[in-house]
Design a protein around this ligand. Sequence first.
Ligand code: ADP
Length: 523
Amino acid sequence: MSDVGDRATRGGSVIVSGGTRPGAALDRIRVRALAAALLAAGIFWIDSFTSFHSAIATLYLVVLLLAGPRLDRRQLVGWSLACAALTLTSFVVVHRDTPSTDAVLRLLVSLAANAVTTGLLLHRIVLDERVSREERRYATMTDTLAIAIWEHDFSPVADAVAALRACGVTDLRAYLRAHPEFVASIRRQVRITDVNQTALDMMGVPSKAAFFRRLGDFLPETDASFADCILAIDEQRPMFQAETQVIAADGSPIDIIVAFSLAPGTCLAHVPGSILDIRQRKRLETTVERTRIELERVQRSAAIGAMSASIAHEINQPISAVQSYADAAARWLARPEPDLEEVRLSLAGLNQAVANVHAVVQRVRSLVGGRAGEMARLGLGTLVADTLAVAARDLDVHGARIDFVPGGEPCVLGDPILLKHLLLNLITNALQAMDDAGVRDKRMDLTLHANDDHVLLLLRDHGPGLDPSITRPFETFATTKPGGMGLGLSICRSIVDLHDGRIALSNHPDGGALAVVELPLAA
Ligand code: ADP
């Protein structure tokens, strides 16, 4: 943005404060033209009607210099031709009969001076035109920018700081902190010399002429950024950026980020600052924060829901054990001669089953909370054998069998109850799949493979394999069973995750489903 005074005389549209009246500039041009004309008349009279034998006509270049500035090309050429014509006229008047060589040389020198001066002035006009073209381009550019720009005159800051230093102030930062009234007073002195259209729209000001004249007019008293700005100017920091608030014309506060360059050589009288309206961003931040809190609440509710659903799913098996022990105890008691020893054994089993219920609830709670129970070094061969013993009754009832090929005793670091649950869930699924498909030979193959750092547990059934509608079987609530909850595999995945392992379920190329669990070997 160019000097406000300059812009006024060239007919620019922006004047925020100070500057020259266009009428006054016009008056000055007329006065100069009149003075130039009088000077030309004087030179002509001396050259034509006195016996002053010198190249007096060279003085016409002063006429051109006087009239030249602010003339356009045609006017300048007109003045130049007029001066040349006067020079020739005087020559003819004085040397009409016997022009001496001296006189001719003087004539040529005068005409050459006229031509050179005209050439230089024409060059200056070309340069001026180029500069004003660039200025117009710059003004159009800044006016059409989507970012607000206003130009500051920071010279009072430099003057005030210089005065402080002259008074012996060395620690400027401490001084500014101790004298907020000093900061406020300089803020009121900083002029705003230009603004672009976006700044007007942002501040709700109808025109550039009506824009705030001083920084203190729209920077609130509470602003803390200006003290830092003073330090930035004093230290000649290449860049100054601050987040603050300004007060719009209607009195509403606007959150902004202001940035400007203060590199050495910057003219402090014209420092354009870029201003970014961050109200939208602030609103967005508030919304994001509100959404985050909302989401946390929803996640908590979802976790509680998942926990309730998981408990309901996992508790079925121990609850039916409780039921059968209670039934058995009742049957022993109902005999004509109650067998109290059997009743005692049933009650002991019932006690154990109730403890199992507690253990399951405890495990599910830690599972949903993302925490493992007691991690211990476990031999997987033994763990699988124990699990198969637990599943034996169920397998019998369904007429199914599991062919287990033991693969040694690879050790993992794990929670035995969770890992047994994992295997039981996979066995239950395989059993249900074969039952539902009416498979007569219900077989499962269970294998353990250990390599350098992992152990693979593979369970293959001979059922129908995965239904094509189940694309993500481990996702919560994915089920194809009429009474299914779609939680078994999701719980399996949580258990495997807690053990830093991986689980996959796919169709075996020779039919049936194949579940693969990979767990890291214990060090
Ligand atoms: P649910 O047993 O309650 O349906 P799961 O998460 O245990 O929930 O299983 C999700 C779905 O994955 C089942 O409904 C079933 O369609 C499929 N699935 C799981 N295991 C097998 C398997 N061995 N064979 C075929 N499909 C299976």
